[in-house]
Design a protein around this ligand. Structure first.
Ligand code: ARG
Length: 253
């Protein structure tokens, strides 16, 4: 089971054909735009307001692009295809709350973590709160996420249902088609807020460091974005943005 999941991304990248070379920092600067992809069903990190992609990561990407002296051109795609598209050279970078994992690091390079968080169990009041409560219960996860991978390796989680995106998984939970949803702690807090408290947040199941993904060996862009991240974390703009969405600074310590 574990081995199978380890090779999935690398296999998918092979199946989708030879990678196209990434644009380096010089050509990005020359074009004036940084092509950034995300999956915008993941509030408060990335979501849509009309046609606009907004949220903490959307605004952070724009802050970083500003440091590089370019504008962001947004692309959206389903979460499970983002890193494949990156490998094909469709985007310069992907900001979609990717946990930095050894498996993904075989296929892409990551920035220094832009925030730290973890996976929690979300359920309706009275529903499961801990892994022990999950015996015989149904668990929802989003396709291609670290939650999906972890759920498969955690003891006692037999009945796993995979949803293409966060919106569908939350709807399944609200409609009682699943007993719990394993997702990001801040995504869970946002969902609880939006449902007027009709959800409860249970145990933190694991922690993760989240990073921005680049095509492997696009060193000029990766280091420029790392420098930009360092700058916005030092000048107060990251803190201000984080407090706007979370009421706290969510950088890794
Ligand atoms: N943090 C999780 C992961 O690394 C989930 C990210 C889901 N992101 C999204 N935009 N739906 O896989």
């Amino acid at each position: 089971m574990k081995l199978k999941s380890v090779s999935t991304l690398a296999l998918a990248m092979l199946a989708f054909g030879a990678p196209a070379a990434a644009r380096d920092l010089t050509s990005i600067k020359k074009s004036g735009t940084l092509v950034v992809a995300t999956e915008p069903t993941y509030p408060p990190f990335t979501y849509t307001q009309g046609k606009k992609i907004v949220g903490f990561e959307a605004e952070l990407a724009e802050l970083l692009a500003k440091q590089l002296g370019v504008k962001v051109e947004w692309k959206s795609s389903s979460f499970d295809t983002l890193l494949i598209g990156l490998g094909q050279g469709r985007y310069d970078m992907v900001i979609a709350s990717h946990g930095i994992t050894p498996e993904r690091q075989k296929a892409v390079d990551f920035s220094n973590p832009h925030y730290c968080s973890g996976g929690v169990l979300v359920s309706k009041p009275g529903g499961p709160k801990t892994l022990a409560d999950m015996k015989g219960k149904k668990l929802a996860v989003q396709l291609g996420t670290t939650y999906a991978t972890r759920a498969r390796s955690l003891p006692g989680l037999g009945n796993i249902q995979t949803y293409p995106n966060n919106t569908d998984a939350l709807q399944a939970l609200m409609a009682g088609r699943t007993d719990a949803y394993l997702t990001d702690r801040f995504v869970a807090l946002e969902a609880r807020k939006k449902t007027g408290g009709k959800l409860q947040i249970g145990a933190l199941v694991f922690q993760e460091k989240i990073g921005i993904a680049f095509q492997k060996d696009n060193k000029s862009l990766t280091s420029a974005v790392n420098a930009a991240l360092k700058k916005v974390q030092a000048d107060g703009s990251y803190k201000k943005l984080s407090e706007k969405y979370f009421g706290e600074d969510i950088r890794c310590h």
